[in-house]
Design a protein around this ligand. Structure first.
Ligand code: HEM
Length: 402
C-alpha cells in the first residue's frame, strides 16, 4: 500500500510557465505515468489525457460532454456566462446539432474555396509591403491582418470596426483559457456586455439591409434565437482570429527552427499542404480541450466517475510515439499526419477548411518570395496561455528570392 509521502511524490508538479514555455516536456512527464493521469496540474483537478487513442475515443464519445469553462458556482461574470452558454463549442446533443447545422451553411467547402482569390490577393499585398522592410513582426504585420480581414469579410463586419476586433479576440481567448485570472474574467465580462450590444445593433442593420455575408444569412434563415446568433458571432471572432494567426506564425517559426526543412520546401513547393499538416501536429495552435464524464466509465483501465473533468492534451496526443514515428521531429515529408489539432467528433472544428486554406496560401506565397529569413530577437516569447500555442511576436528580416 502507498504511504501518503509516496503518493505525494507521485504527483506531477507544474512550474508556472511549463505549459506555455515548453509544454512538450510536461507531456513527456505525464506520458511516463500512462496515457491518462489524475492530478491537480490546473486550477480544477481532473484527468490529464496524453494518449492519442484515448483522446480520440473521448472526443468521439457523446457521453463525454463539453461545458462552459467558467466555475458554475459563481454568481459573477453573468454576461460572459450567458454568452458562453450559447456558444456551440459548449453546447451538447440536440441544442448543439441544431446550431451547428445552421452555421455550417456559411462554411461549405464551396463557399470557403470562393475565398481563395481574396486570400491570395491579401497575402500578396501584405508581402509586397513587408519584404522590403528592414524587419517585421510575423504575428501582427502578416498573420493577423490576413485572418482578420478574412473573418470580418465572412461575417460582414463593418470596415471601421475591424481594428478593434484584435483586442476583443485576444481578451476573449484568455477568458476561455484554463489560465484565466479574475482580472481577465472581469474585463471579459464587461466586454461580453459591450459585444452583445454591438452585435445586437449590427443585427438590426443587417435585417434592414442584408448583405452577402454570414450574419445576413443566419438572420434570413431565422432558425435560432438572437442570443445564439450573438454568441456564434463572438465565437467566430475568437476562432477566426486567434487560432489561424497562431497556425501561420507557428509555421514560420517552425521553419526558422528547422532550416533543413525550409530547404526541402524550397526545392519542392508542392509540399506546402503537407507542411501545414505537420505544423498542426508539431505545434498545434490548440493544445488542450476539456470534457466532463456524464456517467461512470473506464478509460485505459482507469475508473472515471460521473462528473469528473478530463483534460485532453491535443498537443501531447499529436506526439504519441504509438502513432507517429519520431514524434518530436518536424518533418514535412510525412504523408500521413492524422493529428487531432482540429478535434474530432461532433465538435470537429467548423473552420478547419478555412484555416488550412489561409495557412497554405500564406506559406506558399511566403516561400516563393522569400529565400531565407532570420529572427531579429534572440528570445522567443509565447503568450502565457495553457490551451493555446501562441507566439507573442516573431520579428524577422528576410532575403528575397530574386
Ligand atoms: C488553425 C486554426 C484552428 C484550430 C487549430 C482550431 C481548433 C479547433 C478545435 C480543437 C476545436 C474543437 C474543440 C473541442 O472539441 O472542444 C474547434 C472547434 C471550433 N472551431 Fe476551430 N480551429 C481553428 C480555426 C478555426 C476557424 C478559422 C474558425 C472559424 C472561422 C473556427 C471555428 C470553430 C468553431 C465554431 C468550433 C466549434 C465547433 C462545434 O462546437 O461544433 N476554427 N476548433
Amino acid at each position: 500500500m502507498n504511504t501518503v509521502s509516496q503518493t505525494k511524490a507521485k504527483q506531477i508538479r507544474l512550474k508556472r510557465d511549463d505549459l506555455f514555455k515548453n509544454p512538450y516536456g510536461l507531456y513527456k512527464r505525464l506520458r511516463e505515468r500512462g496515457s491518462i493521469y489524475k492530478g491537480s496540474i490546473l486550477k480544477q483537478p481532473g484527468w490529464f489525457v496524453t494518449g492519442y487513442k484515448e483522446t480520440a475515443h473521448i472526443l468521439k464519445d457523446p457521453s463525454f460532454f463539453t461545458r462552459i469553462p467558467l466555475p458554475e458556482s459563481t454568481e459573477k461574470y453573468s454576461h460572459l456566462k450567458q454568452i458562453q452558454s450559447k456558444m456551440m463549442l459548449y453546447m451538447n446533443q440536440e441544442d448543439h446539432r441544431k446550431l451547428r447545422l445552421l452555421v455550417n451553411k456559411g462554411f461549405t467547402p464551396k463557399q470557403i474555396a470562393g475565398f481563395r482569390p481574396l486570400i491570395e490577393e491579401v497575402v500578396d499585398f501584405l508581402l509586397d509591403e513587408l519584404i522590403v522592410k528592414e524587419e517585421f513582426d510575423v504575428v501582427s504585420d502578416f498573420a493577423f491582418p490576413l485572418t482578420s480581414l478574412v473573418i470580418a469579410t465572412i461575417l460582414g463586419v463593418l470596415e471601421e470596426d475591424r481594428e478593434t476586433f484584435r483586442d476583443w479576440a485576444a481578451l476573449l481567448l484568455q477568458s476561455i483559457d484554463f489560465s484565466r485570472s479574475h482580472k481577465t474574467l472581469e474585463a471579459s465580462d464587461q466586454l461580453a456586455e459591450e459585444l452583445s450590444e454591438y452585435f445586437s445593433s449590427l443585427i438590426v442593420k443587417k435585417r434592414a439591409e442584408p448583405g452577402d455575408d454570414l450574419i445576413s444569412l443566419l438572420i434570413i434563415e431565422n432558425d435560432c434565437t438572437e442570443d445564439e446568433l450573438i454568441s456564434t458571432f463572438i465565437l467566430l471572432v475568437i476562432a477566426g482570429h486567434e487560432t489561424t494567426v497562431n497556425l501561420i506564425s507557428n509555421t514560420i517559426h517552425s521553419f526558422l527552427k528547422h532550416p533543413e526543412q525550409w530547404e526541402v520546401l524550397k526545392r519542392n513547393p508542392s509540399l506546402a499542404g503537407y507542411a501545414i499538416e505537420e505544423v498542426l501536429r508539431f505545434e498545434s495552435p490548440t493544445q488542450l480541450t476539456a470534457r466532463v464524464a456524464m456517467k461512470d466509465t473506464e478509460v485505459a483501465g482507469k475508473h472515471i466517475t460521473c462528473g469528473e473533468q478530463l483534460y485532453l492534451m491535443l498537443g501531447a496526443a499529436n506526439r504519441d510515439p504509438d502513432v507517429f514515428d519520431e514524434p518530436d521531429e518536424f518533418l514535412i515529408t510525412r504523408k500521413q499526419v492524422p493529428h487531432l489539432s482540429f478535434g474530432l467528433g461532433a465538435h470537429f472544428c467548423l473552420g478547419s477548411t478555412l484555416a488550412r486554406l489561409e495557412a497554405q496560401i500564406a506559406l506558399s506565397q511566403f516561400s516563393k518570395r522569400v529565400h531565407t529569413y532570420n529572427q531579429t530577437k534572440a528570445e522567443i516569447k509565447w503568450r502565457p496561455l495553457t490551451g493555446f500555442r501562441a507566439l507573442e511576436e516573431l520579428r524577422i528580416t528576410v532575403q528575397t528570392s530574386n
